[in-house]
Every structure is written in structure tokens, then in C-alpha cells.
Design a protein around this ligand. Structure first.
Ligand code: C5P
Length: 408
């Protein structure tokens, strides 16, 4: 994963909601992602959690209102706000949202928020009635107008025992949103990338299918790397249990035919298509409508070719100019480079990633890959054994160079 939060100075404001305990998890996740996290707790937050909770996971100081007039003086805490790259207030109560909207400065967190010049992200958490109250809605509207990023609240179980809207969104989702804030001015800002991932399933009958061992890990890593560079990402995925990288628009598909349809719908105006999916090459011509029974003897399953998605997209590109760049993958168990080069030309690609699947540490299911990049101009670049995240970063790095120089 691109270390987009590395050494970023994030101020985390924690206010008095039961969701404060989840803020400790967020502080831990941000710290693990490389951020320097300073925490400010309001007096009511102290009813739920302690500064020590946060100091233990961040390795840095956690501040309270006692510091506002304490030994270090509040000028220093204005400095804290000024040096921050991002202020996150999670959970943000109705009270704190009201203070922020009106510019009150009667506690350390609000003084800091007024002094901070960095972007502000708030994650409201409160009872459903309080959230829906016109006063809270008006305060949120003021904050929205001020370009504050408001994430949530979510629906679900509330501390009041009722179900409704008001829950703070989960720390993982907040981490995703923080990553998006830091990536939005990246080199792929304004570019949409369509990325396919995982294998397809071609039905034999309602319970059985022809599929392959693709996990989707490489395609999902490409989606995350593209998001980290500021791209808008459409992720078209075959069946996989992997979670959607934060900020990607995901389209789930099952068969090669579904994937073709989703890709054709997504590519107009797309800068690039990265076909990392392991699309089935063959499918049963006539899938059975009912489960095939053992008693009927060994079935004869007749196969036909699936549509070649890249081939059809290449035709579309010739007619419409979209997508501007096409990247394919060649998973081969023999004559890797010859086969990959042949595909690069046949499918009119700008770049193909040749992947030797005969090694046990590369290719399907495992977390590492050893690939060679073959370019349309004949250049070849072998990358050593590395994680699929690193492979994704390298591929995106090369694509960014092509896009920004307009070559390819
Ligand atoms: O020719 P082959 O299927 O091995 O080429 C692999 C590349 O073509 C991959 O990028 C894969 O996603 C894509 N592909 C496709 N349509 C298919 C089969 C593969 O676009 N039916």
C-alpha cells in the first residue's frame, strides 16, 4: 500500500459520545498507516475514554482541556492546529458540531479547530432524533458549505437501545476517507480508471460453474494504488470475498459476458482500462436449468469461447478513442514472454504484465508476484519478486508517466 499517510500530522478530536471507544481503534489504524496522531479529548469524552488509551496506541501525547490553560500555554496548542495536515473529529457530537458551526472557542478542541488551516473531517455520532433535529441539520449544512467533509452517520443500533440513524461510521471507513483526502490532489486527479479483478464463473448448472484460481488480490491492489494517486476508480470484480478499497465504485459480476457488459458501460471517457481479471476462456454452451443428477450418467459438457473483452474494447477504442490506455495481463505457465508479446500485439495493448504462474511464490492466490512489463514500443522491464501491492504501485507509476507525457 502506498504510504500515503506516512509522517502526516493528524489531529484527532474525540468528543463525548459512546462511540469514543471506537476512536481509539481509529487512532491505532492511523498510527499503523504511518501518521503522527495527536489526540484532543473534550471533557465529556473523558467520561468514556482516557488520554492514556490514546497515548498507548499513538505513542504521542493526548491533550485535554487541562492543557488549554496548563503549563505549556494555549499558544502552543494553536501551533498544534496550525501544523496539522488534517483535523479529524470522530465521534463528533451535536454539541461539538454546533460549536464548530458557530465558531465557538470554549474548549481546547474548538480553539484548535478555529486555529487550524488544514482540512476538517467530522464523523457525527448521536441519537437519531438529535441528528435529525433542524438545528443539527442546519449546523451540518453550515459546515458542508465550508467544505468540511462529513462522513456518516450510519444507520443501525444506537446506544439508546433504538435502531436508527446516528451511529458513527466504522474506523476502517474513516481511515479510507482520510486516505482519500490525502490522495485527492495526486497525479491521477481527474482521471477515471476501469480495473477488472478476480476470475469469472461460467455456469454448468445452477450449482456448478467453471472458474479459476484467481483471488482478485492483484486487481484490488491496483484499484487501491490508483485511488492513492487520486484517480476515480471503477472496479469490476468477479466473485471474491475481498473488501472494496475505500472510494472505488464497485460493480460485481459473475460471468465473462457480465464482465464484458460492465466494461463496455464503464469505458466511455475512461483514461485507462486495466484488465487484471482472469476471464474464463471457455463456457458451457447450454448451462442446465436444473442441477445435473449423478443418476443421469457422466454428462457431456460442450464448451464455446467467451467473448474476448480486450479484443472488443480495442475495437471500441479504434472507433471512439476510449479508453486512452489499455493494460492487459498474461498469466502463463510456459514461454512467458513470447506469449505475452503476442497478446500485447493481438489485443493492441499499451502495456502487458507478464506473470509466470509456474513459480510457487507468484501468480494465483499468493501475496507476491514476479512480473515483467512489456510495452507497445518493444521495451521489457523485469520486476523482482515483490508484494502484489508493490507490483500495483510500479504498474501505476509507469501508467502515470505514460498519461502525463501523453505517450502510448
Ligand atoms: O489471451 P488471454 O486470455 O490469455 O489474455 C489475457 C488478458 O486478456 C488479460 O488481461 C485478461 O483479463 C484478458 N481477457 C479478456 N477477455 C477474455 C479473456 C481474457 O479480456 N475472454
Amino acid at each position: 500500500m502506498i504510504k500515503i499517510l506516512d509522517k502526516k500530522h493528524i489531529l484527532l478530536g474525540v468528543t463525548g459520545s459512546i462511540a469514543a471507544y471506537k476512536a481509539a481503534d481509529l487512532a491505532s489504524k492511523l498510527t499503523q498507516a504511518g501518521a503522527l496522531v495527536d489526540v484532543i479529548l473534550t471533557t465529556s469524552a473523558l467520561q468514556f475514554v482516557t488520554p492514556l488509551t490514546f497515548q498507548s496506541v499513538t505513542g504521542r501525547r493526548a491533550y485535554t482541556d487541562a492543557d488549554l490553560w496548563g503549563g505549556e500555554g494555549h499558544v502552543q496548542h494553536i501551533g498544534l492546529g496550525k501544523s496539522a495536515d488534517l483535523l479529524v473529529i470522530a465521534p463528533a457530537t451535536a454539541n461539538t458540531l454546533a460549536r464548530l458551526a458557530r465558531g465557538l472557542a470554549d474548549n481546547l478542541l474548538c480553539v484548535t479547530a478555529l486555529a487550524a488551516a488544514c482540512p476538517l473531517l467530522v464523523a457525527p455520532a448521536m441519537d437519531g432524533g438529535m441528528y435529525l433535529h433542524p438545528a443539527t441539520q442546519a449546523n451540518l449544512e453550515i459546515l458542508r458549505q465550508r467544505n468540511v467533509t462529513i462522513i456518516g452517520p450510519a444507520e443501525g443500533h444506537l446506544a439508546s437501545g433504538l435502531a436508527g440513524i446516528g451511529r458513527m461510521v466504522e474506523p476502517q471507513e474513516l481511515l479510507n476517507q482520510v486516505r482519500l483526502i490525502f490522495s485527492r490532489n495526486g497525479p491521477l486527479r481527474g482521471h477515471r480508471l476501469v480495473i477488472t479483478a478476480a476470475g469469472t464463473q461460467e455456469p454448468i448448472d445452477p450449482v456448478r460453474a467453471i472458474t479459476n484460481r484467481s483471488s482478485g488480490k492483484q486487481g484490488f491492489a491496483l484499484a487501491q494504488a490508483a485511488l492513492d494517486l487520486g484517480a476515480e476508480v471503477t472496479l469490476i470484480a468477479g466473485p471474491t470475498s475481498l473488501g472494496t478499497p475505500g472510494g472505488a465504485s464497485r460493480v460485481d459480476v459473475r460471468t465473462a459476458e457480465d464482465m464484458l457488459e460492465a466494461v463496455l458501460a464503464a469505458i466511455p471517457q475512461a483514461t485507462a482500462l486495466l484488465m487484471a481479471a482472469a476471464v474464463a476462456d471457455f463456457r458451457p454452451i447450454h448451462p442446465a436449468g436444473q442441477k445435473i443428477k449423478k443418476e443421469g450418467g457422466i454428462p457431456q459438457i460442450h464448451l464455446e469461447q467467451t467473448p474476448d473483452i480486450l479484443h472488443l474494447v480495442a475495437q471500441m477504442k479504434a472507433e471512439t478513442g476510449w479508453p486512452r490506455y489499455m493494460v492487459g495481463f498474461a498469466a502463463e505457465s510456459q514461454q512467458l514472454l513470447e506469449n505475452a508479446r503476442q497478446k500485447l500485439q493481438a489485443k493492441r495493448l499499451d502495456l502487458i504484465i507478464a506473470n509466470d504462474i509456474s513459480a510457487s511464490d507468484a501468480g494465483f492466490e499468493v501475496d507476491t508476484n514476479r512480473v515483467t512489463l512489456l510495452y507497445a514500443d518493444g521495451r521489457a522491464e523485469a520486476l523482482g519478486l515483490m508484494s502484489k501491492e508493490q507490483v500495483a504501485e510500479q504498474i501505476l507509476d509507469r501508467l502515470v508517466s505514460q498519461i502525463t507525457t501523453g505517450s502510448g
